[in-house]
Design a protein around this ligand. Structure first.
Ligand code: IFM
Length: 440
């Protein structure tokens, strides 16, 4: 049996996001966000679920931080709700909202957890959406102001700042397929949103650094490795093209300073309006990059394959393929000049059941994590500089369009009673952290 031993300072953690866990959607002066509006619109979310209460983390954060201590986490990745701090997106600060994050960060520090703060995990203030949202370049300037206020207030305790979580999901699921808020379905708009997000990222990094020169700034990108169905040249070319068109829209401008030619070719006149100086603004040097990895796309010359014979799938219908994580990390490490990497999300949804002993035995989730930890360790041996790993997710939570029907947590949440129960996968993760190693 081989043992994968991680470096002593490897940062094991877990991740969540504001709208998915906080609840308190209209408390203490919080403004409406696009996810409040979207989830309150009939027909948008499975079972008409909303994040109105979610995991009630707004009121139960001390209990949740105690859970993190029980698991032995060293880091906690969370996001702040812009509309809690600026109910209208800009202008007057809602001090009660800011105080919540102040208390939350204090509690993390008291528990010896390294905070990783994400400024934008999809919950745009509705007031800004009413002015065009991310299609309006002014939203990028409002974002930079919000970033500056948050950094000034929390930068003395929060060292790691992320501008955006998964800008490609905001772009394509929010503005092309319309399955996420704000529910727009328009190719041209989606690419303008992508560019404005890139601009907002650049402005955000500058704002973070001018508010506090000592903190680290980065971004979190979700990447699905694209792999050919066979070794035939046509399949290999199709997979490479799929990667270039679908996965480099943020990687290239941020780490190379230009938009990928394959995207220009694919969308032609639907390319966004790019102003002079934008590309230099977007390509700010970063202190770290977060990579979220869940699965891969398998591509043949005739398109994307739906089911791969012999592969296991999660409840999301995503293929389990940990070796593709290693291959992808090695690929991006050789193709880009990247700063240190954190795996900022990785995890799986499975149908959990409560056993007669009151426990949640979730061997598939444990196995999923084990395989991905091992492949990450192998990528580190291949020379990729990976500093930490945040499991998605600490708690079962609101899985966007799927509502509460998909459970990603290492801790089960009973949404009726808000009772938290650590699953077997959580116990197993605690042991990984304690021993700092994974057994194959
Ligand atoms: O729940 C989401 C998270 O908000 C962003 N990354 C993927 C997760 C699972 O779908």
């Amino acid at each position: 049996m081989s043992i994968h031993k991680f470096p002593h300072n490897f940062l094991w953690g877990a991740a969540t996001a504001s709208y998915q866990i906080e609840g308190a959607w209209n408390e203490d002066g919080k403004g409406e966000s696009i996810w409040d509006r979207f989830s309150h619109t009939p027909g948008k979310i499975t079972n008409a679920d909303t994040g109105d209460v979610a995991c009630d983390h707004y009121h139960r954060y001390t209990e949740d931080i105690a859970l993190m201590r029980t698991l032995g986490l060293k880091a906690y990745r969370f996001s702040t709700a812009w509309a809690r701090v600026f109910p209208s997106g800009r202008g007057c600060i809602n001090t009660k909202g800011l105080d919540f994050y102040d208390r939350l960060v204090d509690a993390m520090c008291a528990a010896n957890l390294e905070p990783f703060l994400t400024l934008y995990h999809w919950d745009l203030p509705q007031a800004l959406q009413d002015q065009g949202g991310w299609t309006n370049r002014n939203t990028a300037y409002a974002f930079a102001d919000y970033a500056a206020v948050m950094t000034k207030c929390l930068g003395d305790r929060v060292r790691n700042w992320t501008t955006f979580n998964e800008p490609s999901v905001i772009t394509f699921i929010g503005n092309l397929t319309g399955e996420h808020a704000p529910g727009i379905k328009d190719t041209k708009i989606s690419y303008q949103v992508a560019h404005n997000l890139n601009v907002a990222h650049g402005l955000g990094v500058q704002a973070i650094r001018s508010a506090n020169s000592k903190v680290n700034a980065g971004i979190v990108l979700n990447l699905w490795m694209a792999e050919p169905a066979t070794e035939a040249t046509q399949d290999v070319e199709a997979a490479n093209n799929f990667w270039d068109v679908n996965e480099t829209l943020f990687l290239d401008p941020i780490f190379k300073g230009f938009y990928p030619p394959a995207v220009y070719e694919a969308i032609g006149e639907k390319m966004p309006e790019i102003k002079d100086g934008d590309l230099a603004l977007i390509a700010q040097e970063l202190d770290f990059v977060g990579i979220n990895y869940y699965s891969r796309n398998v591509i043949s010359a005739s398109g994307k394959m739906n089911k791969i014979p012999g592969s296991a799938y999660t409840e999301m219908g995503w293929e389990v393929c940990a070796p593709a994580l290693r291959r992808m990390l090695v690929k991006i490490n050789s193709e880009y000049k990247l700063p240190p990497i954190y795996i900022t999300e990785n995890g799986s949804a499975f149908q959990d059941t409560i056993s007669s002993d009151g426990k949640i035995h979730d061997p598939e989730r444990t196995d999923y994590l084990r395989q991905h930890f091992i492949q990450t360790h192998l990528a580190m041996q291949d020379g990729v500089d990976i500093r930490g790993y945040m499991v998605w997710s600490l708690l079962d939570n609101f899985e966007w369009g799927h509502g509460f029907s998909k459970r990603f947590g290492m801790v089960r949440v009973d949404y009726e009673t808000q009772k938290r129960t650590i699953k077997d996968s959580g116990e197993w993760y605690a042991e990984v952290i304690r021993t700092n190693q994974v057994r194959e």
